[in-house]
Structures are given as C-alpha cells and as structure tokens.
Design a binder for this molecule. Structure first.
Ligand code: CP
Ligand code: NVA
Length: 302
C-alpha cells in the first residue's frame, strides 16, 4: 500500500526517529541511495511561493536518481474548474509521487485519497511537516533533542507551530508556545498534543519574557504567513514577541535561535539575532535537503 506524508500525526515516534537517523546518514554521504528514484517522476504542485522546499525537493529527487516536474496550478485545468479528484486520478497515471504546497489541508487530503501515488505535504495553512523533520534533525545534531530540552516557540501560531507541537508531543519533549492569548494554537492541536501517550507538556505562555525564560532554544516564524498577509493587526499585537537580544537576555546564555525562513527582518526577529552567533537557521535550511531525501527513501525504497 502507498504511504503518504500529510501530517506528522500519521507517523509514530519510531518512524520519526528512524527518519532522523536516516537523514543523518544521508547527510554524511550525498551519493547514498542514488538509485532509489531511478526511472521515477515526482511532480511538485505549488500554489504558494517557495525557495527552500522547492529547491531542496528538486535537488534531493535528482540526487536520488529521479526526475522532478514543477507544476503551477495556474496553468493546470484545476484553475478552470477541473476537480482535485479528477486531477489526482489522472496525475497518478503519469507520475510516481506528488509534493504539494497549497492553502487548505483538505486539498492535500483529496490528492492522497483519490491518487494512487505517495503524496507529500510541502506546506498548507495548518501544517508544515517537512520543515519539522529538518528542525528535529538540527536539534539532534546539536544533541539537544532530548527530554531536558527547554524549547520555546514565540510569535504567531501558524502551520509551523502546529507541526512543531505535533512533532514534539510525538517524541515526548515539552514545548512552550509564547504568544498573545488570542493567537494561541487551535484547540484541536492543543488537545491532540496533550493526549499523546508520551505525556510531554505543552505550555501556553502569554508573556514573552516568561516564555523564553531559561530556554535552550527559541524558535520564531513570520507573523503574517502566506495567505494571511491582510491580518495587519498582528503586526501590532505581536510586537513584544519579537526575537531580539533584549528578549534573549532571559534565555540561557548559549540559547540557539531557530527560524524556518524566509524571515521578515525587523518584524518577528532582528537582523542582529538572525545573523548572530546564536542563530542556527542556515543549518536548519540545509537540513531540509537531507531530511526530505530520507523521507523519499523511506517512501520509495523497496
Ligand atoms: N521554510 C520554507 O518552507 O521555506 P520556503 O517557503 O522557501 O519553501
Ligand atoms: N508560516 C510561514 C512558513 C513559510 C515557510 C507561511 O506559511 O508563510
């Protein structure tokens, strides 16, 4: 049976750990698994902008011996009303897999349901699971991915936040979300995390200083995600949650700063911090490639 990657909810703790171990091995040897996708075509359907996701998938598919085909839905019959169901069924006759970045998670689910090929979520309004695999790999490399980790995400609760919460709760690692109360993660995600058998804590803290206090890692993301650009009120409401050195004074001295990128310098994070000694954002960005190659190997190797 085909396997998809739609949300980290569908992956067990063991599977996530396996993917992280495999990512590490693949990172050490760029030429490993170079025939896994031989003769296979993977389409990339993007409804939103992308630099890292698109390029790391295209390079990764190529390094694994496959071919990637970039699709823009504006040029597909979808934009003239052909249904996602029909498109999914037809694509499945030509290609061997689909990476999709779009707005509604429901669209990704339809492709997975009606297609007969693996579907990978390259970001939706509510999830960004590929990003979190790379983030976890980054933390693992720094020997931080363990139960003692004090990890804080500050800013807008968005797709990255939701997937971080899901991923951390699967691994049994506590996570703190620092945001104004009205920008808390969805109730469904909170419930999901708190019901995981590993029993880790999800702390919601509405004060930025308290949220980052004593943190080993502080993670942030843009305040206005793609599709949410009109919500300008957030720019005012989130001001005190900006990651700057004044705020980081309350974290551990060696705090690591993460951001999935792209960043809006001067909004959710200052340039000084993003380019500073605590920042590990480039390692995170690089790890997109290795983590996604591991995912592809997992989905396609016999
Ligand atoms: N982090 C991330 O997904 O980057 P892109 O939007 O450039 O793909
Ligand atoms: N939350 C951001 C992530 C971009 C990689 C967005 O959805 O725009």
């Amino acid at each position: 049976m085909k396997k998809d990657f739609l949300t980290l909810k569908d992956y067990s703790k063991e599977e996530i750990k396996y993917l992280l171990d495999l990512s590490g091995k693949i990172k050490k040897d760029k030429n490993s698994y170079s025939k896994v996708l031989e003769g296979k075509n993977i389409a990339m359907l993007f409804d939103k902008h992308s630099t890292r996701t698109r390029l790391s998938f295209e390079a990764g598919i190529n390094q694994l011996g496959g071919n990637s085909i970039y699709l823009d839905s504006k040029n597909l019959q979808i934009s003239r009303g052909e249904t996602y169901q029909d498109t999914a069924k037809v694509l499945s006759k030509y290609i061997d897999g689909l990476v999709i970045r779009t707005y509604s998670q429901e669209i990704v689910n339809i492709f997975a349901k009606y297609g007969t090929i693996p579907v990978i979520n390259g970001l939706t309004d509510i999830y960004h699971p590929c990003q979190i695999l790379a983030d976890m790999l980054t933390l693992k490399e720094m020997e931080l991915l363990n139960k003692d980790l004090k990890f804080t995400y500050v800013g807008d609760s968005n797709n990255v936040t939701n997937s971080l919460i899901i991923g951390f709760s699967k691994l049994g690692i506590d996570i703190t979300i620092g945001c104004p109360q009205k920008y808390s993660p969805p109730e469904e995600i909170i419930k999901y995390a708190r019901n995981q058998k590993e029993g880790s804590k999800l702390n919601l803290v509405y004060d930025p200083v308290k949220a980052v206090s004593d943190a080993d890692v502080v993670y942030t993301d843009v305040w206005l995600s793609m599709g949410d650009e009109k919500n300008k009120q957030k720019l005012t409401d989130l001001k005190s949650f900006q990651v700057n050195y004044k705020l980081l004074k309350y974290s551990k001295e060696e705090v690591k700063v993460m951001h999935c990128l792209p960043a809006h310098r001067g909004q959710e994070i200052t340039s000084e911090v993003l380019d500073g000694k605590n920042s590990i954002v480039l390692q995170q960005a690089e790890n997109r490639l290795h983590a996604q190659k591991a995912l592809l190997v997992y989905l396609y190797a016999d």
